[in-house]
Design a protein around this ligand. Structure first.
Ligand code: SAH
Length: 377
């Protein structure tokens, strides 16, 4: 998620008071509990009522930067469907669809393959009422059957799942090495009653999912999404068969140490403790941990690779050139938005894509390991 560095502009919110009262009564809450409350509290959670995404929201995402992003994912879905043997019925599910832009662009690109569109029924899994209304508006003219759900619903036919910037919303536990012992980083109260980070006793001597070759130093933080990842991949596996998924997000491909919890409000980074429920809270995705969770559930994993690699393989340059030739007056802005999606050191390399699939279908298109990865192993 893109924002600029600034800690100013945050203010106490209704959730600040509610959390402070809860902590005063029951003691500190873990970072995961704090994140869950900030994002999903029924009255004040960020993903319950905020418009969130887009130029006027808090942060901008790839489908909002360029229509080409969703179009290429639509064409990726066509390739996967063909790899499944072009079944006559396919559930296309998007988790965390934002403003519905990615789905709109994907379905438009898929007009090139009418048999694919004829097979489709679309499901949008969304917890945010405001965004669900935005999705319904964006997709209003679409002739494909479409339904909205609050959760991934089990079934038995073929399924393709896509999710852009969904994994980063899943809550993380933070473990901190404090006086030589692993503790759970938590949110407590300081002397003035304000929210502050504290270290609480942990239920295990070491973070269960920490790779044994990592050597921790005093004060370092290890982040883990053990349970949310396990629950998600279990739900994905139950969606149907065969199942194929593409998840794109910001994050790293090897597990390591670091505090990546971040809050963004109005395109600026803010202190994660200062405006609970009013700022978007997320943390980098550990793609190695996600891949492990998927394999543990009996799914195969393709990738991860960088967003730049994925879009390059799906033909972003060719598509951009064609679009620029068709719209000469927009050429400069098309070029700029594509450059932003591919930027080395920006979205092109900080974002990664990972594929997961039933073991009995062939590897997913455009996700083969890159040459340099092969040399490194
Ligand atoms: N994919 C979109 C939006 C990314 S933001 C884009 O790229 O623009 C994260 C999205 O996930 C939002 O739509 C948010 O409302 C949704 N979301 C967050 N937690 C969710 C949950 N537990 N269940 C369903 N949707 C969720």
């Amino acid at each position: 998620m893109s924002g600029s560095d600034d800690n100013a502009g945050s203010a106490a919110t209704p959730l600040t008071e509610r959390l402070a009262a809860r902590i005063a009564r029951d003691g500190p809450i873990s970072v995961a509990q704090y994140m869950d409350a900030c994002l999903h509290d029924p009255d004040h959670g960020y993903y319950r009522g905020q418009a969130a995404i887009g130029q006027a929201g808090d942060f901008i995402t790839a489908p909002e930067i360029s229509q080409i992003f969703g179009e290429l994912i639509g064409l990726w879905c066509v390739l996967v469907w063909r790899g499944m043997g072009s079944p006559s019925k396919l559930r296309l599910i998007e988790i965390g669809p934002g403003r519905g832009t990615l789905m709109r662009d994907a379905l438009r690109a898929a007009r090139l393959v009418p048999e694919f569109r004829a097979a489709l029924s679309v499901e949008l899994v969304e917890s945010n009422r405001v965004l669900q209304a935005a999705q319904q508006e964006t997709l209003a003219g679409e002739s494909i059957p479409m339904r909205w759900r609050g959760d991934l619903a089990p079934g038995d036919g073929p399924v393709i799942l896509i999710g852009n910037e969904f994994l980063d919303t899943l809550s993380i536990d933070q473990w901190v090495l404090h006086d030589g012992a692993w503790r759970i980083r938590s949110v407590g109260l300081d002397r003035e009653g304000a929210l502050t980070f504290v270290a609480e006793e942990a239920s295990a001597a070491v973070p269960p999912s920490m790779p044994p070759d990592l050597i921790p130093k005093e004060g370092c933080i290890f982040e883990s999404r053990g349970r949310p990842f396990a629950e998600l991949v279990t739900a994905i596996k139950k969606l149907g068969a065969p199942v194929a998924g593409l998840l794109i997000d910001y994050g790293h491909t090897r597990s390591g140490f670091g505090d990546t919890l971040q809050a963004i409000g109005a395109h600026r980074y803010v202190d994660p403790l200062h405006s609970p429920g009013k700022a978007d809270l997320s943390a980098q995705v550990d793609f190695a941990a996600f891949a492990d969770a998927a394999r543990a559930e009996g799914l195969a994993v393709d990738g991860p690779l960088t967003q730049g690699e994925l879009l390059g393989r799906l033909g972003i340059i060719e598509r951009a050139s064609r679009l620029m030739a068709m719209n000469p007056t927009l050429a400069a802005s098309i070029e700029a938005s594509v450059a932003r999606l591919l930027a080395p050191g920006g979205m092109g390399t900080r974002f990664h894509a990972v594929g997961i699939r039933s073991v009995d279908i062939s590897p997913l298109p455009a996700l083969e390991p890159v040459e340099t990865d092969r040399r490194a192993t």
